[in-house]
Design a protein around this ligand. Structure first.
Ligand code: ATP
Length: 370
C-alpha cells in the first residue's frame, strides 16, 4: 500500500512492537514505536544497552519481523520484502568482511550478487575506492589491513549498490579513540556526499550529538525524545533524557507560584528560585530543576554576596579547556558539578574546602516533573 501523504519520509515506523519469547519469558524489545526518518538524514538511535536500538535496526533491515505495526519505505509497506531485496544495506559492528577476498572483491561483492555487468562493477568499485580513499589498497586482502581501513571497506561495500538507506550498528565502537573521532567526521561527510539516509546506532551520547541531524533517545524499548542534538541537550523532554544525554545537575523542589513568564520554585535546602518557563507549575507540585554544569557560575563567597546557592568545594579537576568543581550545597540541598572554561583572564582562586556562591540565570535552567 502506497502512502502518498509524506514526501521526504524515507522510513516510517507505525506503532511497531517487537516481542521475543512467550508466556512468562516474554521480552518487549520495542514498544509501539512511531517514528519518521527523512530522506538524506543522518539519524541516530541512542540509548543504553538493552534499550532496543539493534532490534529497531534489524526490523528496518528485515532481519526481524514486527510483532505488530508497519514499516514503510518511501511510503511502501515492506513487510513482505526480504532483507536482500530491500534497498537498505547494513554495516555490522564486526564489519563482516570476507578475509580471503581483496578489498576490491569485498566492495564488489553485493554488485556481483545482483548480477550487474562486469564493467559496471569495475567502475563502481573504483568510484567507491576513491570515495573511501583506499585506491592504494585495492588488491590487499582485508585480513591484512587496519581496523580503520576495514571500516572503510565495509562502508564502501554497503554503499556500492546505492541503497536508499544505510544502517550502521555501533559501527565505530571497535576503533580506538582517535580513529573513532576521525571516522565520525568521515561518516558524516560520506553521508552528505552520497545523500543516502544513514541510520546510526550508538550508546555513546557524545558520538550521537556530534554526528546526527536528529537523534531518537530510547529507554526500555520506548522513544523518550526525538530532536536535533541541540533540542535534546538544551530541552530534554524528561528526567531520563536529561540524565543520559550530557551531564546534568538536578535540584529538587516544590512549586510556589507561576505565570506566563516563569515559575518560582522552593528548592529544598535553598529557598525560592526563579526559573523562566512557559509551563505552569502548581503550588506544591514536586519538580526537578535541571541545570547543566556549564550553565552554573561559581565565585568565592568572600568576593560575592551569597547568591542563589552556597556551598563548599569538595573537588577541583583541571581538564585543560575547562575546570570542573564539585560543590556540596549548604543544608544538604544537593551536590552539583560546575564547569568553567579556562581563559587567560579567568583564573578563579577556588580550592577544595572553600566556601563558594553558585548561581544560574532563570533562562539557563529547566523544570521537569519529579
Ligand atoms: P546493546 O547496545 O547492548 O546491543 P540494544 O539497545 O541494541 O542493546 P537490543 O539488542 O535491541 O538492545 O535488545 C533489546 C532487548 O531485547 C534486550 O532486553 C534483549 O535482551 C532482548 N533481545 C534481543 N534479541 C533477543 C532475542 N533474539 N531473543 C530474546 N530477547 C532478545
Amino acid at each position: 500500500m502506497k502512502d502518498e501523504s509524506t514526501p521526504g519520509v524515507a522510513i516510517r515506523l507505525n506503532q511497531v512492537t517487537k516481542t521475543y519469547g512467550s508466556g512468562n519469558a516474554v521480552v518487549t524489545a520495542v514498544k509501539s514505536t512511531t517514528l519518521d526518518i527523512f530522506n538524506n538524514e543522518f539519524f541516530t538511535l541512542l540509548g543504553p544497552s538493552g534499550c532496543g536500538k539493534t532490534t529497531l535496526l534489524r526490523l528496518i533491515g528485515g532481519f526481524e519481523y514486527p510483532t505488530a505495526g508497519t514499516i514503510l519505505l518511501g511510503g511502501e509497506d515492506i513487510a513482505s520484502v526480504p532483507p536482500f531485496q530491500r534497498p537498505i544495506n547494513t554495516v555490522f559492528q564486526n564489519y563482516a568482511l570476507f578475509p580471503h577476498m581483496t578489498v576490491a572483491q569485498n566492495i564488489g561483492f553485493g554488485l556481483r550478487m545482483l548480477k550487474r555487468p562486469r564493467h559496471e562493477i569495475a567502475a563502481r568499485v573504483d568510484e567507491m575506492l576513491k570515495l573511501v580513499r583506499l585506491e592504494n589498497l585495492s588488491d590487499r586482502r582485508t585480513s591484512q589491513i587496519s581496523g580503520g581501513q576495514q571500516q572503510r571497506v565495509a562502508l564502501a561495500r554497503a554503499l556500492a549498490s546505492e541503497p536508499k538507506v544505510l544502517l550502521l550498528d555501533e559501527s565505530l565502537s571497535a576503533l580506538d579513540y582517535k580513529l573513532r573521532k576521525e571516522m565520525q567526521m568521515e561518516l558524516k561527510s560520506l553521508q552528505a556526499a552520497t545523500g543516502i539516509t544513514f541510520i546510526f546506532v550508538t550508546h555513546d551520547q557524545e558520538e550521537a550529538l556530534t554526528m546526527s541531524d536528529r537523534v531518537a533517545v530510547l529507554s526500555s524499548g520506548e522513544i523518550m525524545q526525538v530532536g536535533t542534538p541541540h533540542e535534546v541537550y538544551i530541552k530534554p523532554a524528561n528526567h531520563f533524557v536529561a540524565n543520559f544525554v550530557g551531564e546534568t545537575n538536578f535540584l529538587q523542589g516544590r512549586g510556589l507560584n507561576s505565570d506566563d513568564r516563569g515559575a518560582v520554585i522552593d528548592v529544598r535546602g535553598v529557598g525560592a528560585v526563579a526559573i523562566a518557563t512557559k509551563d505552569r507549575v502548581a503550588p506544591g507540585q514536586l519538580v526537578n530543576i535541571v541545570v547543566r554544569p556549564e550553565h552554573l557560575r561559581i565565585l568565592p563567597l568572600a568576593q560575592e554576596p551569597a547568591g542563589q546557592l552556597t556551598g563548599s568545594v569538595k573537588a577541583v579537576s583541571f581538564c585543560g579547556a575547562e575546570t570542573q568543581y564539585t560543590v556540596e550545597l549548604s543544608r544538604g540541598a544537593a551536590v552539583v558539578t560546575v564547569r568553567r572554561y579556562n581563559t587567560p583572564e579567568e583564573n578563579l582562586p577556588i580550592a577544595i574546602g572553600d566556601e563558594v556562591s553558585v548561581n544560574f540565570t532563570p533562562n539557563s535552567a529547566q523544570i521537569l516533573p519529579a
